[in-house]
Write a protein that binds this ligand. Sequence first.
Ligand code: PGA
Length: 251
Amino acid sequence: MRKPLVAGNWKMNLLIADGVRLVNELKPLVAGIAGVDIVVCPTFTALHAVGKALQGSNVELGGQNCYLKESGAFTGEISPQMLKDAGCSWTIIGHSERRQYFGENDALLNEKLKFALASGLKVMFCIGETLEERQGGKMNDVLARQVTQGLAGLSEADFDSVSVAYEPVWAIGTGVTATPEQAQEAHAFVRGLLKTQFGAAVADKVRIQYGGSVKADNAAELMAKPDVDGALVGGAALKADGFAAIVKGAL
Ligand code: PGA
């Protein structure tokens, strides 16, 4: 069976002291939970301090984004090597906010994904349709494009280090969560795409997290669905007790 993965995407929130306080509250609430992989993804400036606070705990550290070069003249960018240096074992790539506000397309995200994996990071790779795409009957086409192009060129072994996060854009930060049935339907479709593109072994082992207005009171029923292997949590990850409750919902 696939081990659930629950990650908090803090987005552009929390100063260093707030982030350290949050994980210091979180650690005892999730201590001893071995059945769920737990990750928090602070802002770049808080990574090092939060990583130090997490040392010796069962909570891993992740970045929210990274570039496709190790170093050089790329003003404003951060490399996977720098994320690792700050204590990260994970990064998010392809979040819909990166796609929407910062113009990141499938080809670029595929390059970033491959470089992050080659650099030794594990990656949560985000996909998901907008409301307009869903209402226009384009959901499956969009997901197929994001999977086919975004994950192009990966090997079977790469998928030990990749989780796909299905995050319908209309559910992110809106309070409108996909129903467990809607999530299951999309996840099963994505797993089918992975099977076609990479074979049954990959489709069986890849974790597919759901993201979009996950809260303590809806997490367990979403993650109870057979193809929902965890959650990527935004707003509700900013409070230790709520995030801990979501982690426990995966057990
Ligand atoms: P949300 O964000 O939980 O605040 O909807 C999820 C995400 O964007 O990863």
